[in-house]
Design a protein around this ligand. Structure first.
Ligand code: ADP
Ligand code: MG
Length: 739
């Protein structure tokens, strides 16, 4: 092949042979071939550069890592006499003539092509760029659906690839896998493929190996450059599989390495106050709870107290289904801090939740000497000023609040423990800010990611994250990979299971009858009406109409309240209070009835358009009922005919195991959706799939741990990894600069 150096301008559809041919001979170009701005790649100008940047591609290297999301199998070439009408086929034929009709962008390009068995017409609409590229005598590989035009076979808008006429035709007789890239309206997959081809020719030799030799041999991985080439221009399906496995592993491995290094960094450079629990402290704290703690709560408390007793900062994720009793555990940890003369901050994502937490805690702390306050955006200036002064002076023990606490640079005198509820709703920057929250004490040199001499380590609080979203292990290892995990699996005793029913439109009547029956018996109901964010106003109208409908037609005589996201916080809380105190029978709400809302007398829930929610969201919603001792029921209304929707909702009817449900959700919607945000701080995986690649993930984690043991700062053997981590995570994580 190397005898025929190709001119890519004449052979835009040519496969990767040029790059393969040159890789061995030419000395590798400088790394800058990968860093070259995409605008300077041949075929890309300022306009296209902008389109590509919308796809996250700003350098030639980015383009090489822009992998196709699937490959189209175009099969082996067929001769023209074997073509079947209306069937996709690949034909290799020579151009006999070319004609053009129409003007400018509307030009239709017609070609007559021929192989040894017959003739075929080829027509491209709106393809002016082809006019100058087609010439008599060229050999084309055409892939398209076969039609007929005056008894001659015809392909309309087929994909085209130019073949080298000097090549041995036997070379062409193989199945072809064409990459399909996710594209935008203005640049299509085929255009991207052509640019990738140019990029491969130019920059593939500059692609270096990132994975250490030892790891590559252990798992039998192909080289990085080969894998990248194979993703874009595979010869076989097996090759795609090999390439994908290697590149997916690499993504997982680099992430595990980053997480491991960050952990190690924290362990070496950060110190937390030791907050031991004596039997006396333990007894004092337990006296606050009107019930014995469950086995699951005790087990988790054991883990937490072991962490708190050490100066190694705790970073623990506490998972427990709604109603499993996390608040009690959180309060236990908070009181350990207080008993050790330190402060504890409990943070919730919204003011409503912060207020709920505070009220819930108040219930247990009635009559205690613990100095506590609720600090949110609603707190008046005067109160806030007082609180802040008390917090800084160390005269406040337990502070419940919202993010406002972080944003306003609250100075804590002696912060010992930070508890964050529903962490995943926080942005990652806040999370980082929290971790490195400097203490106010004089002379302490600290700051997030700042260098701290070993003799004067960064002082940070212990850190506990609570979440009611059950997170499958594979996901928590990546998103919360640097956290230890505790799980509360068992619910407090006396809890009634929630029955969940899928209700089709014809059965809604019966469901409403049941709701009326319960209200008549003094129980309360939630009716949840989904809002679609994009059309807030319209939806709100729908929800408001719904309230009227519910109140007048479906539940006549019931006292109905409305809760929606556009209400002011004060209004929301007023409505919630009315419902909680039983002055309302029914709460019609958009999804703002949030995790944490606790009204034990509410025993029935109706969720309209249930198919619009993720399973985990539905699971959390239904957790609003079943909080008392009466049996509860949740009706999922859905008129969706879709089989998938039906199957998903069935999962919910069959199980209350949040982890099972989360796994289903992960399968269907991906991790970003499951966590309620795509901005969880880590780059999304391009190739790795947390469900299918669970084994790879485990290997990646073990391998990363081994590397860190061997070369903790990646300065001896693994400098290439260090460079790659820097490139990939840039300033996201402060962990490699030190040491
Ligand atoms: P979560 O925060 O996990 O949703 P909570 O801590 O709010 O759960 O607890 C839910 C309900 O269960 C609360 O009403 C609480 O008083 C009660 N509860 C918690 N722990 C126990 C226990 N060990 N025994 C009995 N009831 C409990
Ligand atoms: Mg709670």
């Amino acid at each position: 092949m190397s005898k025929h150096p190709t001119d890519p301008a004449r052979n835009p559809g040519r496969p990767s042979s040029p790059t393969r041919a040159t890789a061995g001979r030419t000395p590798a170009p400088p790394v800058s071939a990968l860093e070259k701005p995409i605008q300077y790649l041949r075929g890309v100008g300022p306009h296209r550069a902008q389109l590509l940047s919308a796809l996250g591609i700003t350098t030639v290297g980015d383009l090489l890592e822009y992998f196709p999301f699937r490959h189209e199998d175009q099969g082996r070439p067929q001769t023209i006499d074997t073509l079947q009408l209306d069937t996709p086929a690949t034909v290799i034929a020579a151009v006999e003539s070319v004609s053009v009709r129409g003007m400018f962008r509307n030009q239709t390009v017609n070609a007559r092509v021929r192989d040894a068995t017959g003739e075929m017409l080829v027509t491209w609409f709106n393809a002016p760029y082809l006019r100058d590229k087609l010439e008599r005598g060229q050999i084309l590989r055409l892939y398209g659906t076969v039609g007929v035009n005056r008894d001659i076979a015809q392909m309309i808008n087929p994909r085209v690839q130019w073949l080298d006429p000097d090549e041995d035709p036997a070379q062409w007789d193989h199945p072809r896998l064409v990459p399909v890239y996710s594209a935008t309206g203005q640049i299509n997959s085929q255009q991207i493929a052509r640019l990738v081809e140019t990029a491969l020719a130019e920059a593939l030799p500059a692609v270096g190996e990132t994975l250490p030799e030892s790891i590559r041999t252990r798992h039998g991985f192909i080289g990085r450059a080969d894998a990248i080439r194979a993703m874009h221009q595979p010869r076989t399906l097996e090759e795609i599989g090999e390439a994908r496995r290697r590149l997916a592993y690499e993504e997982l491995f680099l992430m595990q390495l980053a997480i491991g290094l960050q952990r190690r960094w924290t362990a070496t450079h950060a110190r937390a106050p030791a907050l031991p629990v004596t039997p006396k402290i333990d007894e004092h704290i337990r006296r606050r709870f009107p019930f014995p703690l469950t086995g699951a709560q005790n087990k988790v408390i054991e883990q937490i107290t072991a962490d708190l007793a050490s100066t190694r900062p705790m970073t623990r994720l506490l998972q427990g289904d709604v109603g499993s009793g996390k608040t009690v555990v959180a309060l236990y940890a908070a009181l350990v801090a207080v008993a050790n003369k330190h402060q504890c901050a409990i943070l919730a994502p919204t003011e409503v939740l912060a207020a709920q937490h505070f009220a819930g805690i108040e219930k247990y702390l009635a009559g205690s000497r613990v100095r506590r306050c609720l600090l949110t955006g609603k707190t008046s200036q005067a109160e806030r000023k007082q609180m802040l002064a008390a917090i800084e002076a160390g005269n406040m023990d337990l502070i419940v609040g919202t993010q406002a606490l972080l944003e306003q640079r609250v100075q804590f005198g002696r912060l010992g423990v930070v508890i964050v509820d529903e962490q995943h709703k926080f942005g990652v920057s806040q999370r980082a800010a929290l971790r490195g929250k400097p203490q106010s004490s004089k002379g302490r040199r600290t700051g997030p990611g700042g260098k701290a001499p070993a003799a004067d380590p960064l002082l940070v609080p212990h850190y506990l994250v609570m979440t009611a979203t059950p997170i499958p292990r594979t996901l928590s290892m990546t998103v919360f990979g640097d956290l230890d995990v505790s799980v509360i699996k068992e619910l407090p005793p006396g809890r009634q299971p929630i029955i969940t029913r899928l209700v089709r439109p014809k059965d809604e009547h019966a469901a409403w009858t049941e709701v009326r029956r319960r209200i008549a018996g003094g129980e309360q109901a939630y009716i949840v009406y989904p809002l679609v964010e994009e059309s807030d106003a319209l939806d709100l109208k729908a929800a408001t109409l719904e309230v009227t409908h519910v109140a007048q037609d479906l539940l006549p005589g019931a006292r109905v309240g409305l809760l929606h996201g556009r209400m002011k916080n004060a209004e929301k809380q007023a409505v919630m209070r009315e419902f909680a105190t039983g002055r309302l029978d029914v709460l019609v709400s958009t999804t703002v009835i949030e995790v944490g809302v606790d009204v034990p007398n509410a025993t029935v829930m109706v969720i309209e358009h249930a198919e619009r929610y993720g399973l985990s969201a539905l699971h959390q919603l239904r957790g609003r009922v079943g909080r008392g001792t009466k049996p509860s029921i949740c009706f999922l209304f859905s008129d969706s005919q879709g089989e998938v929707a039906q199957r998903r909702l069935d999962v919910l009817c069959k199980t209350t195991d949040g982890f099972r449900i989360a796994e289903e959700d992960l399968k269907i919607r991906g991790p970003g959706e499951l966590l309620g945000t795509r901005q969880h701080g880590w780059p999304e995986f391009r190739l790795a799939n947390l469900l299918e690649d669970a084994d790879l993930l485990m290997q990646a984690r073990d391998d990363a741990a081994e590397i860190i043991r061997e070369d903790p700062h990646l300065v001896q053997k693994y400098t290439a990894l260090r460079a790659e981590l820097r490139r990939k995570f840039r300033d996201k994580v402060a962990f490699i600069d030190v040491g």
